[in-house]
Design a protein around this ligand. Structure first.
Ligand code: PHE
Length: 447
């Protein structure tokens, strides 16, 4: 029996929920680190151009596919052209892989937030603390369990009541918190050098790697190529202007990434100097607690900071789980509650070895690779680019861009850009990423 499809109440609800999906750990620790590594202002510029062209077109395409068909990924591709249903399956596979991984890291953030709130910031600031924490067998698992269960409960309450309501207040709160912390950090002694480093374009550091890093980051950050935007598009009302909504989501996503850079990069300079910029995940979990511990009022700033990261991560996992639930609901018509419980259980099972992979099982290798790193590689560098490529080719050639241009009500100039990007520019760029990551994976290319 066909169930009535729930919808977001209006543009604001849609934009905040989609922006909630887009803004996450990708923006807060990954973006600043990449920007610092790949030429500061130069990276920002390349990223911006990509967001406004490839990112814009793909997001418009995905949301339009969702709204036109009123289905999540698998059903949507099936409805548009039965022969291409397999793209829907591929796209839908991505959140299944990312969700356990993301919930493990979400659990770490929850732990750091709880510890900061309880006044244990000094402990977190200890240089070996992060490694010691993730190596413990049980504690990270408990936080992972709590984070996952909270996500499932929020998804269980349904689109309008749960997802939209939570995002409606979480997103603005998160934006305000980020700006406050960034301003605070920038006023610290020594931070000015970091601000200059982050913003000043360094032409000499521009290379193809800048473009590749920016492109990979853009897909992940905008939640593209994993069915999330198709699902959210299917909940979008007909009268909402899709094109304006996408612009606003992009503004939110890029804005938070930019502010996060202003929050993290100068903080690293003030605390540990530029060499610490290469720390990756440790950047957030190691350097920042040290900063919070040192500065006056750092207890409060640290608590607020980790709360904002927690909210950002939570709105992202909600969107991933919602996508998975929606796909199963559309495909087999099971009850929402049953699906939520099933997805919760599967993610729990998948997350346990992942979590342990950072600790007691860190020596365990698959294909001669650290197991969590391999998973990250498979999803970000292989599955996602392939899914994005197939989506572009499908829209550009099999379906034809016209129906989606109509759905999004693009103006002439925008429609021309959309067509060129979807048909030519995006497929070429994505193929480049795919080739480069494969070559580097097999050690042919050093990047
Ligand atoms: N865009 C999110 C981030 O930047 C991650 C995400 C991936 C969210 C996939 C939803 C789906 O952290």
């Amino acid at each position: 029996m066909e169930q009535k499809r729930s919808t977001f109440s209006g543009r604001l609800g849609f934009v905040l929920a989609a922006a909630g999906s887009a803004v996450g750990l990708g923006n807060i620790w990954r973006f600043p680190y990449l920007a610092a590594k790949y030429g500061g202002g130069m990276f920002l510029l390349v990223y911006l151009v990509l967001v406004m062209t490839v990112g814009f077109s793909l997001m418009v395409a995905e949301i339009a596919i969702g709204r036109r068909t009123g289905r999540s990924a698998i059903g949507a591709f099936r409805a548009l052209n039965r022969r291409y249903t397999f793209i829907g399956y591929l796209v839908s596979a991505v959140p299944f892989f990312i969700l356990p991984y993301y919930c493990v890291v979400g659990g770490w953030v929850a732990k750091y937030w709880a510890a900061s709130t309880l006044g244990r910031g000094g402990l977190l600031a200890d240089s070996g603390y992060f490694d010691a924490f993730v190596s413990r067998p049980i504690e990270p698992l408990v936080w992972f369990f709590l984070f996952l269960t909270l996500t499932a409960l929020l998804v269980l309450t349904g689109v309008e009541k749960g997802v939209e309501k939570v995002c409606k207040w979480m997103m603005p709160v998160q934006a305000v918190l980020s700006v406050l912390v960034a301003v605070y950090v920038m006023l610290l002694p020594g931070a000015g050098e970091g601000v200059a480093y982050y913003l000043k374009p360094d032409l000499s550091r521009f290379s193809i790697r800048t473009v590749l890093a920016a492109m990979g980051q853009m897909f992940f950050s905008m939640s593209l190529a994993m069915g999330v935007m198709i699902t959210y598009g299917s909940y979008m009302k007909e009268e909402v202007n899709l094109h304006t909504a996408v612009r606003q989501i992009e503004l939110f996503d890029t804005g938070i990434a930019f502010v996060s850079g202003l929050m993290v990069v100068p903080a690293v300079f003030a605390v540990a100097g530029p060499q610490a910029l290469d720390t990756g995940p440790g950047l957030m979990f190691v350097t920042l607690p040290r900063l919070f511990d040192r500065m006056p009022g750092g207890h409060l700033v640290g608590t607020v900071f980790f709360l904002s990261v927690l909210l950002a991560a939570l709105t992202s996992t909600i969107s991933m789980m919602e996508t998975v639930v929606s796909i199963l609901q559309d495909r087999w018509g099971w009850s929402r509650r049953g699906i939520c419980v099933a997805v919760w259980a599967v993610v729990l099972l998948a997350g346990v070895p992942l979590s342990l992979g950072y600790g007691p099982w860190s020596g365990f290798r698959v294909l001669d690779r650290h197991f969590p790193d391999l998973l990250d590689f498979m999803t970000n560098q292989i599955l996602m680019p392939v899914a994005a490529l197939l989506t572009c080719l499908f829209v550009g050639y099999a379906l034809g861009p016209r129906s989606l241009i109509e759905e999004a009500r693009l103006k002439r100039g925008e429609a021309a850009v959309f067509t060129v990007v979807i048909r030519y520019a995006a497929p070429v760029c994505i193929l480049l990423i795919l080739l480069t990551s494969l070559l580097s994976f097999f050690g042919v290319l050093q990047i």
